[in-house]
Design a protein around this ligand. Structure first.
Ligand SMILES: [Zn+2]
Length: 149
């Protein structure tokens, strides 16, 4: 942690105690360059939970998300780093929305971004996640894509 007074990278913890009823650790730090003292708080990052279609809750997994996107993008000319970035964007957007998301929320976030990245992958992903009522919906989606070109 950089010293807020002089920007030096070496600070040491001179005191550490629980705060906010144990939800947080409050630390007093001292800069080894200029001796400036300041306070930091450490707290647990809130877990993002996913509500599955059958109602079960599951911890959000970035690896699973990226694997799902990668599967949709198999054989497509999209780099691994683009896939990873897409996964990170989706995760950030989901976290901003609260502590719990549904499978549908995740699907919608991925779809919104995948469409701009690769249309074939978009359709593959849509067929799995978008819960198409029947084949007609899928055809409508394809037609909408084609007319957008
Ligand atoms: Zn300093």
């Amino acid at each position: 942690m950089l010293c807020p007074a002089c920007g030096a990278p070496t600070t040491r913890v001179i005191d550490s105690r629980p705060a906010e009823g144990g939800q947080t650790i409050r630390r007093r730090r001292e800069c080894e360059s200029c001796a400036h003292r300041f306070t930091t708080y450490e707290r647990v990052e809130p877990q993002l939970m996913v509500r599955k279609r059958d109602g079960r809750l599951e911890q959000f997994s970035t690896a699973k998300l990226v694997a799902g996107i990668s599967a949709a993008l198999a054989d497509r000319p999209v780099s691994a780093s683009s896939i990873k970035r897409l996964g990170e964007e989706v995760e950030a957007s989901l976290r901003a929305g609260g502590a719990q998301v549904s499978s549908e929320d995740i699907g919608a976030e991925v779809l919104a971004r995948l469409r701009a990245l690769d249309e074939v992958a978009y359709l593959r992903f849509a067929s799995v996640y978008k819960d198409f009522q029947d084949a007609a919906d899928f055809e409508k989606e394809v037609a909408a894509l084609e007319s957008a070109e």
